[in-house]
Design a protein around this ligand. Structure first.
Ligand code: PLP
Length: 376
């Protein structure tokens, strides 16, 4: 098989599995317990916190573990709303966010919050100036993703971070697609809250974290016992946390090698598609995540292309995995101003470090064959 859907999820790294196994077997103690098996679990959680803090250039105590990117996004958005409702009830986000952010905002609108949703330009980039202009005296949160999950386009978070700071507004960024693939340094970018998910860089599913800058007071989303220093209730998923930290350490420390590698495969695939399949259009520009290729086959239906690819054991997606299965056109490509026809013919191919140049050749040839077949 040729797996080209790394933005949906990545294979578990063997080092992550090895780090998880003891906590799925012998070391099963509750990390809150005072006796030895519990203490072993707590040590693993604290070590994971240090490792992850190290990869971001933050303190370990600024990292809180969650059940994934969705929870981290919900926590950042709703936790800030709960904490700062007395100060203001307006938020700024973008129309290209993941549903975890968008639907958190929509939920808050039903409770009296007001939200400005900014569109992206045709390349898929949000304008910092538009963010500045949307600020009101009652704005309490700006939430703009680090990189988009359909196009891979990297957003100008550092400029937006500066604007947020100038106005004393909390800045959240969803870095689920970016972390582990490009350098992410929240302190340098002026980011107060940052969401990450383990399964996008070789860690397990159902595990993520929220970086919360010291001094930022987002309310807990999950009320419970005193875990995570009282910030998030619930018995810690020790094995997942240990696996995610092992994956994070490898992803970040090998990035210098993997980033140019996946980028070169991606560029090679784009070049092959352009030469073998007349008319294809690549969305976005050079400022994309290294493995991302969002490509439009005008006049074709993404669904039909995907079925044909599937028959050849090549796996990709139309738009993002979360939107697939729904017949709604991609909200991201719509917010970029693409025509319904362009949206219908767009596929997302996302490359990972285990892909090969040979697979790019095979994929491009498969596309040539499929497009000929469907055009007949
Ligand atoms: N945010 C972005 C940008 C994503 O791409 C995803 C997953 O696809 C999420 C959030 C949700 O993360 P999780 O699958 O860990 O809930």
């Amino acid at each position: 098989m040729i797996y080209l859907d790394h933005a949906a999820t990545t294979p578990l790294r063997k080092e992550a599995l090895e780090a998880m196994m003891p906590y799925l077997t012998d070391r099963f103690g509750n990390a809150s317990a005072a006796y030895r098996p519990g203490v072993e679990g707590r040590k693993a959680v604290n070590q994971a916190r240090r490792i992850i803090g190290g990869t971001l250039g933050t303190d370990a105590e600024e990292i809180s573990f969650t059940s994934g990117g969705t929870e981290a996004d919900n926590w950042a958005v709703k936790g800030t709303a709960f904490a700062l409702a007395g100060k203001g009830r307006h938020m700024i986000t973008t129309a290209i966010e993941h549903p975890a952010v968008l639907n958190s905002c929509r939920q808050l609108e039903r409770y009296g919050f007001r939200v400005t949703y900014l569109d992206a330009d045709r390349r898929g980039v949000v304008s910092p100036e538009a963010v500045r202009q949307a600020i009101r005296p009652d704005t309490i949160l700006i939430s703009v993703m680090y990189a988009n999950n359909e196009t891979g386009m990297i957003q100008p978070v550092r400029e937006i971070g500066k604007i947020a700071k100038e106005h004393g507004i909390v800045f959240h960024s969803d870095a689920v697609q970016a972390y582990g693939h490009i350098p992410v340094l929240p302190k340098e970018d002026g980011i107060d809250l940052l969401s990450v998910s383990g399964h996008k860089f070789g860690g397990p599913k159902g595990c993520g974290f929220l970086y919360m800058r010291r001094g930022i007071a987002a309310e807990p989303l999950i009320a419970g016992g005193g875990q995570e220093s009282g910030r998030r209730g619930g018995t810690e998923q020790v094995y997942g946390i240990a696996g995610m930290a092992a994956a994070a350490e490898i992803a970040v420390s090998t990035m210098e090698k993997t980033e140019p590698y996946t980028r070169s495969l991606r560029d090679r695939l784009a070049e092959l598609l352009r030469s073998l399949v007349p008319g294809v259009q690549v969305h976005g520009d050079g400022n994309r995540l290294p493995g991302f290729l969002s490509v439009c086959f005008p006049g074709m239906e993404a669904e039909q292309l995907l079925i044909q690819l599937d028959m050849r054991q090549i796996y990709a997606s139309g738009g993002s995995a979360c939107a697939s299965g729904s017949r709604e056109p991609s909200h991201v490509l719509t917010a970029m101003g693409l025509s319904p026809e362009e949206i219908r013919g767009t596929l997302r191919l996302t490359i990972g470090e285990e892909n090969t140049a040979e697979e790019m050749e095979q994929t491009a040839k498969a596309f040539r064959e499929i497009v000929r077949l469907l055009r007949r």
